[in-house]
Design a binder for this molecule. Structure first.
Ligand code: NAD
Ligand code: MG
Length: 401
């Protein structure tokens, strides 16, 4: 099969680091063509020393200069250092690249993920926000260009494993009744509802099971992460929102399930470690060692399941409403959530204000068609402007109260 060249977009993040950990175990199968980051020079420098990529992108121009200096200081002059957001699209579509790990967080990953799809790559998609924003366009771009889309999100990777034939990325949906997405419920699953308004960013980011970047950790605490995943599942597996259900499962051992019309339910289990879906998608349709320990069921002893409360997790309801509305509504949902999570992390918005911002944005932004990149970006920008104003007005009201 030959050694595959991999571009890792967002290599300094949680998924990027786990991807490099898997790749380092298989030098006979994979080589790193490119690494990209926003501005974490120290980590990208260390990754260059270990993996000697051909190209790196540091989006921030000052950080790129700093990295270039550091690399030439240790004689790594052969690595091309690029900067600016458009360089992300350049590496995602480079002719030398076979596989693209799309692991940038948020809307910032949209254009590079689309570029990888347009260039016909194997796209390993962690950046769920890109698919939520661009849904139909993304799926069309994949199929029109002969690209392969493999899900990295643990739930969707689990569903893919429970659906797929061994040799075709277009999963067979025959006889599927429902997709059951599991979710841990995050750190506030049992917190009294009247305490939710006062939780801090650090409490929200202390996820009980998974260790992840701060944005997705907050999304897990509001369960907007599961909301984005409901939309992601609809696009990846061509199912209707009515066919996607969420089950709370605090142990996070079952990563998701497929319910068939004959009553069979197939599940994928494993320790909660993103290296499993990453190794699965890198090697698919083969299997390789990921470094993850074997599952020890007796030590887990029991598994719990329950229904999520839409009162505790209003973002789940907003996500269902957005995918049912279609058009630009998922883009509005995603953009308002990104702005609100950022404000919460900076201490400018209460935790409960995240769902309020999303709800107000879905109500106020004009909904309509969204079938080109330009239309998607326009909805994204318009929503961000509205959400920033909504949050600023709230702050003023709080100060006056
Ligand atoms: P992270 O915050 O740890 O890393 C984000 C990466 O994106 C970093 O390398 C950063 O430099 C880069 N980045 C940030 N802003 C950028 C910008 N404006 N332009 C270019 N690059 C930028 O995030 P993460 O937890 O690794 O998550 C990455 C993606 O994977 C997210 O979409 C997340 O929802 C998804 N995901 C993560 C996990 C997980 O376990 N961490 C699981 C499932 C899905
Ligand atoms: Mg997930």
């Amino acid at each position: 099969m030959g050694v595959k060249s991999v571009a890792i977009l967002g290599s300094t993040g949680s998924i990027g680091v786990s991807t490099l950990d898997v790749i380092a175990r298989h030098p006979d199968r994979f080589r790193v063509h490119s690494l990209t980051a926003y501005h974490n020079t120290d980590r990208l420098f260390e990754q260059c020393r270990q993996f000697s990529p051909d190209v790196v992108v540091m989006v921030d121009a000052d950080a790129a200069l700093d990295l270039e200096r550091k690399l030439s200081g240790v004689g790594l002059n052969t690595i091309t250092v690029l900067s600016g957001a458009s360089a992300l699209e350049q590496v995602a579509s480079a002719a030398e690249v076979d596989y693209v790990m799309a692991a940038i967080v948020g809307a910032a990953g949209l254009l590079s993920s689309l570029a990888a799809a347009r260039a016909g790559k194997r796209v390993l998609l962690a950046n769920k926000e890109a698919l939520v924003m661009s849904g139909d366009l993304f799926i069309r771009t994949i199929s029109e260009n002969g690209a392969t889309l493999l899900p990295i999100d643990s739930e969707h990777n689990a569903v893919f494993q429970c659906l797929s034939s061994d040799t075709d990325a277009n999963v067979a949906l025959t006889g599927v009744r429902r997709i059951l997405l599991t979710g841990s419920g995050g750190p506030f699953r049992n917190l009294p509802l009247d305490k939710l308004g006062a939780v801090t960013p650090d409490q929200a980011c202390a996820h009980p099971v998974w260790s992840m970047g701060r944005k997705i950790s907050v999304d897990s605490a509001t369960m907007m992460n599961k909301g984005l995943e409901i939309i992601e599942a609809c696009w990846l597996f061509s199912v209707s929102p009515d066919q996607v259900e969420v089950v709370l499962h605090p142990q996070s051992v079952i990563h998701s399930m497929v319910d068939y019309v004959d009553g069979s339910v197939l599940a994928q289990l494993g320790n909660p470690d993103m290296r499993t879906p990453i190794a699965h998608a890198l090697a698919w349709p083969e299997r390789i060692d990921s470094g993850v320990d074997a599952l020890d069921l007796p030590s887990i002893a029991h598994m719990d399941f329950s229904k999520p409360s839409f009162e505790r997790f209003p973002c789940l309801g907003h996500a269902y409403a957005a995918i049912r509305a279609g058009g630009n509504a998922p883009t509005v949902l995603n953009a308002s959530n990104e702005v609100a999570v950022d404000a919460f992390l900076q201490g400018r918005l209460k935790f409960t204000g995240i769902a309020d911002t999303v709800s107000a944005s879905l109500e106020h932004i004009e909904l309509g068609a969204s079938d080109s990149v330009e239309m998607i970006l326009e909805s994204d920008h318009r929503t961000r402007k509205f959400a920033r104003r909504f949050i600023a007005d709230r702050l003023i009201q709080q100060e006056q109260a």
